[in-house]
Design a protein around this ligand. Structure first.
Ligand code: PEP
Ligand code: MN
Length: 267
């Protein structure tokens, strides 16, 4: 392995526990982060926030800055979206998670509880260094062409810059398979948990690309030792402006949470 210090278990044998306003990740419980891919309106994020809270979510997600492949698709509500997300999280009593795409946006995230770095930005080292100076946990998603060593190196960049509160997230890698959007690499969960003390969560939505695969991928991730799940939920998938095919309805989400908790309890 490359030159690691701060991310390794040798440096820090105990699991790191991330505490955001009482909601914990890495303490042996199963964190459930849920919400829409993108915040589309105030009404939409408030509706979905209440639905996921009622179904057992412990944190609310929603993208305001969307790094979309095509420039001609919905790019997010930006600062207005962040405002609605924070208001919705406060309304239902859930900490919030949202993705940053550029260092210049950091001030807009002052009331967001966890800042997400997306797969496409996992090796944006300037952004990682800037987030090392921020006093908030960082949810670092695995780049879809990156090895475990590269994931840990990116976490090391954030930590060496001063922020030791990093959560890793497996979200699928690019392979020759095209039926699924990406290939969910379940091996990354026990491998990363062996190598590092940082919490490791799983995103079953982006590798699946189809809502009907989210349950089996979620349960596989929990069985493999994930500290949490981040799942895209939309109460009106037909109207979703982003990632509609993988949007789960709240009733289905609720049943996944129930089964995931049973798998966790069985371990
Ligand atoms: C997302 O969480 O909506 C997202 C864009 O994820 P990823 O960076 O894993 O593609
Ligand atoms: Mn998405």
């Amino acid at each position: 392995m490359a030159d690691f210090h701060l991310t390794t278990r040798e440096y820090h044998p105990q699991n790191t526990i991330i505490d955001v306003g009482g909601a914990k990740i890495g303490d042996g419980s199963l964190a459930i982060i849920a919400g829409p891919c993108a915040i589309e309106s105030k009404d939409q994020i408030f509706r979905i926030a209440s639905a996921v809270k009622a179904s057992g979510a412990t944190m609310l997600r929603g993208g305001a800055f969307k790094p979309r492949t095509s420039p001609y698709t919905f790019q997010g509500l930006e600062d207005e979206g962040i405002k609605y997300l924070v208001e919705a999280g406060r309304e239902v009593g859930l900490p919030t998670v949202s993705e940053i795409t550029d260092e210049s946006e950091i001030d807009l995230f002052k009331d967001v509880d966890i800042i997400q770095v997306g797969a496409k930005n996992m090796q944006n080292f300037g952004l990682l260094h800037a987030l090392g100076k921020v006093d908030k946990p960082i949810l670092l998603k695995r780049g879809f062409g990156c090895t475990y060593e590269e994931v840990l190196s990116s976490a090391e960049h954030i930590m060496a810059s001063g922020n030791e509160r990093v959560i890793l997230c497996e979200r699928g890698i690019r392979t020759f398979e095209t039926y699924t959007r990406f290939t969910f690499d379940v091996s990354s969960i026990p491998s990363l948990k062996t190598l590092t003390h940082l919490p490791v969560i799983a995103d079953p939505s982006h590798p699946a690309g189809r809502y009907e695969l989210i349950e089996p991928l979620s349960l596989a991730a929990v069985a493999a030792g994930a500290d949490g799940l981040i799942i895209e939920v939309h109460d009106r998938p037909d109207e979703a402006l982003c990632d509609a095919n993988q949007a789960l309805k709240p009733d289905k989400f609720e049943s996944i949470v129930r089964k995931a908790m049973s798998v966790k309890a069985a371990l």
